[in-house]
Design a protein around this ligand. Sequence first.
Ligand code: SF4
Length: 223
Amino acid sequence: MTSSNTQTLLLIYRRLYERYGLQHWWPGDSPFEVIVGAILTQSAAWQNVEKAIANLKNAGVMSPSAIRNIPQDELAQLIRSTGYYNAKAAKLKAFVTWLAVTYNNNLEKMFAIDTGSLRSELLAVHGIGPETADSILLYAGDKPVFVIDAYTRRIISRLGLASAVDSYDGYQAFFTANLPLDTRLFNECHALIVRHAKECCRKQPVCCNCCLKDICRFEVIQG
Ligand code: SF4
């Protein structure tokens, strides 16, 4: 794996790591908590997810069986801070119901199956799209699956990489084809990209303060 894209991605990774250090993703006391967080963080700021996770823990509802047993409207109130709380309560219910029926509530059994098959199964569960499925696989299951989000798309396109790509699968294939399949690297790389997008490569980018400025094509692309 010695293509120029590989070298560029590894250079970006090293620069971001030197700038921001270890990101310690994904915060969570257990794989199940990481999965709950992955569903709740859809269209929500992480601070609001943290409040909801604290509510679930304080109410004794951070387990598959507890989420299955609590009435949906009560569950919705506990996760209210994340927005779309009725829809998200339904999504959590759908996941734990599927987990019980398919894997007898056993996450180890779930993560033991082939990664591609599990990804397809997760995508068939109500409320789980590609970003959530891949976050579950990478951050709860330690699988080498690269997570794509709006921040990743923004930075990669501004840098002028993968210019012909315009889909979730296309961006993911770009990373998978050009980086070693290394869970630790994928974990840290995605977290660093998110950090950089929040601190520097914002909607209005602060290019003068960017550690990637010399390899970025944003100004050229903008004309
Ligand atoms: S130079 Fe500007 S546009 Fe390019 S990555 Fe840095 S902040 Fe983003």
